[in-house]
Design a protein around this ligand. Structure first.
Ligand code: FE2
Ligand code: FE2
Length: 269
């Protein structure tokens, strides 16, 4: 079997979204099949690209230049699905990037199991959003999307602890805060397929945040660091601006994020 870090680089260097997510799911299945048989496939080391390959479309624009549409309209709902699809594709790369970029950090096999599983789920999430877009007469790539989504990855490329703090424990946790409102928008519009897809995403994202918190705490323990202090320090250093309430305190708790981690970083905290 190809070493896991090498698989990760292959996903990262695949540009087409459908091909990228299909390869991601295939490699995740191969890893999981080997693990189910009790094997521990080689992790290896890799030299991941600074930025993952992406399709020619969507056109990437500064967030300020991506047109905003009212969520109460069909166009607004398509724009919302498109934005989520873009986030999911970025998330596929973010998960494989952790595997490739930090392959030299000795971690227990369960760390790789978690990241492979999350990468597989992100790939599924992109597919769900792509299907919803197509059912609504659009497709991924039809609209402009936010540039700069890779910024957090670039800034934390040298520090696994910082990557865990900023990506799963801040960015993915934010998804837990905003997804229920999104589900409501589609429920009101009677868009059952989008409601079901977003509910799947919402349920699975809890575990992605939990993986972040679990391995963040693990690494803090390894280095005899206080997790809360280190979290505050790293988020202030690598995440620009305050965290925005309201927070989904219940789901954050389920994911292993206690209030004293995030409230002190909010604009009102
Ligand atoms: Fe996702
Ligand atoms: Fe996720």
């Amino acid at each position: 079997m190809t070493p896991l870090a090498q698989m990760a680089v292959e996903v990262l260097t695949t540009a087409d979204a459908r091909a990228k997510t299909a390869l991601s799911r295939r490699y995740a299945a191969a890893w999981q099949a080997a693990r189910a048989e009790g094997a521990l496939p080689e992790i290896g080391t890799a030299d991941p690209p600074d930025r993952p390959a992406r399709p020619a479309r969507p056109e990437l624009k500064h967030p300020r230049d991506v047109p905003r549409r009212k969520p109460g309209t069909p166009e607004g709902r398509i724009a919302l699905l498109h934005a989520v699809a873009h986030i999911e594709l970025n998330a596929v790369d973010l998960h494989w990037d952790v595997i490739a970029r930090f392959a030299h950090v000795p971690m227990p096999p369960g760390f790789f199991d978690d990241w492979v599983r999350a990468a597989d789920e992100e790939s599924k999430h992109w597919g769900l959003m792509a299907e919803c877009l197509e059912a609504a007469g659009s497709h991924y790539g039809a609209l402009a999307a936010h540039a700069g989504m890779w910024r957090a990855a670039e800034e934390t490329a040298g520090d696994l602890l910082a990557r865990l703090a900023v990506v799963p424990m801040v960015l993915e946790a934010r998804g837990l805060d905003v997804t229920p409102g999104m589900i409501e928008i589609f429920r009101k519009a009677g868009a059952d397929d989008a409601v079901a897809a977003l509910e799947t995403i919402y349920a699975e994202e809890v575990s992605h945040v939990a993986y972040g918190s679990k391995w963040f705490h693990f690494l803090c323990g390894r280095h005899d660091l206080d997790p809360k202090d280190v979290f505050h320090d790293l988020v202030r250093r690598y995440f620009h601006g305050p965290l925005k309430p309201p927070f989904n305190e219940e789901k954050r708790a389920e994911a292993g994020l206690p209030p004293d981690f995030y409230w002190p970083l909010s604009e009102t905290g």
